[in-house]
Design a binder for this molecule. Structure first.
Ligand SMILES: Cc1cc2nc3c(=O)[nH]c(=O)nc-3n(C[C@H](O)[C@H](O)[C@H](O)COP(=O)(O)OP(=O)(O)OC[C@H]3O[C@@H](n4cnc5c(N)ncnc54)[C@H](O)[C@@H]3O)c2cc1C
Length: 291
């Protein structure tokens, strides 16, 4: 039986492992991070997925659809929070269809556990540093500083936006690739659950505070919280670069997001503790090779 090596145990790597295992391959995954099911992974980049038909189809392939339905909250439309605090609801469909708010972390944990149950081996804290593409040979940095070399039969890169495998491909002749950073970044904030009613806003909606070239969004979680994300330019008149002190951040929220701010008791801590993350698009062509 040919063995398959996958770099990255994120959503794609874990799902791919399950599907290949179901087809009879021997599958191993090498993941840079510690096991998120036992280690606490720092918060701040855990934005929920807004999942639609394609995502559900993928989960059905893995046999996880029914289990995830219990953890998914249907959002039947956008709840717009206008600058004057008026609310406008825009349904996503005429037929009561929805997209679903799903915790990325919980989904990832379930996919990993299912992969292991199917017989996949996941090795954690194995950071791939480079790949010799012609030889299908991957190099890993281990936590003790040593290096490991692994020869794979079939190698898949599912190691995310800054893939070590993709980077190694870009060194090859006749490979086209590019990456493009948006001028916008994002920061995670949080709305806690209410005391009487569980959710402090409409639960079955994707909340958006549109403000021209920046916006705040909030997606519901099953524990009554909302995960909020502020999308905004890094630089410019209204931008992350202009928000450096507590006073500046408070004045910004009072001016643009007063109703949301009233629901976010920890917005200042969240703002300064959580990273401002970038958004990147990458392309590579060809994206698969056989030697
Ligand atoms: C702000 C934001 C909002 C989004 N919203 C949505 C949404 O609403 N709906 C939706 O469908 N999609 C959304 N996406 C896209 C979605 O997050 C990605 O498509 C998805 O996470 C990609 O999964 P992945 O497994 O390829 O990568 P990742 O989830 O990034 O997983 C990559 C894995 O590889 C590991 N890794 C990285 N480097 C190495 C290395 N060198 N060696 C070994 N392991 C490594 C990482 O630790 C990680 O576990 C959003 C993305 C962003 C940034």
């Amino acid at each position: 039986m040919r063995s398959v090596t996958i770099l990255g145990a994120g959503l794609v790597g874990s799902l791919l492992a399950i599907i290949l295992r179901k087809r009879g391959y021997e599958v191993s995954i090498y993941e840079r991070r510690p096991d998120m099911r036992s280690a606490s992974i720092s918060a701040g980049k855990s934005i929920n997925l807004a999942m639609s038909h394609r995502g559900w189809n993928a989960l059905a392939l893995a046999g996880l659809k029914t289990e995830m339905e219990e953890l998914a909250i249907p959002m039947y439309g956008r709840q717009l929070h206008q600058a004057d605090s008026n609310l406008v609801f825009q349904p996503y469909s005429k037929n009561n269809e929805a997209i679903y708010s799903v915790s990325r972390g919980e989904l990832n944990k379930k996919l990993m556990s299912l992969a292991e149950k199917e017989g996949v081996t996941i090795y954690f804290e194995q950071k791939c540093s480079k790949v010799d593409v012609q030889k299908n040979r991957a190099y890993f940095q281990l936590p003790d500083g040593s290096e490991k070399v692994l020869d794979a039969d079939l190698l898949f890169g599912a190691d995310g936006a800054f893939s070590a495998l993709r980077h190694s491909y870009t060194q090859m002749d006749r490979v086209n690739c590019d990456h493009f950073y948006l001028e916008y970044g994002y920061k995670e904030l949080n709305i806690p659950p209410g005391t009487k009613e569980k959710w402090l806003m409409e639960k079955n909606a994707l909340h958006i505070w549109p403000r021209g070239n920046f916006m705040l969004i909030a997606l519901p979680n099953t524990d009554g919280t909302f995960t909020c994300t502020l999308f905004m330019p890094f630089d410019g008149e209204v931008s992350f670069s202009k928000l450096n002190t507590k006073e500046e951040v408070t004045a910004f929220f009072v001016k643009y997001f007063k109703d949301a701010m009233a629901l976010m008791p920890t917005y200042l801590e969240d703002f300064f503790q959580n990273p401002t993350s970038s958004l990147i698009t990458t392309h590579i062509n060809p994206w698969h090779f056989f030697f």
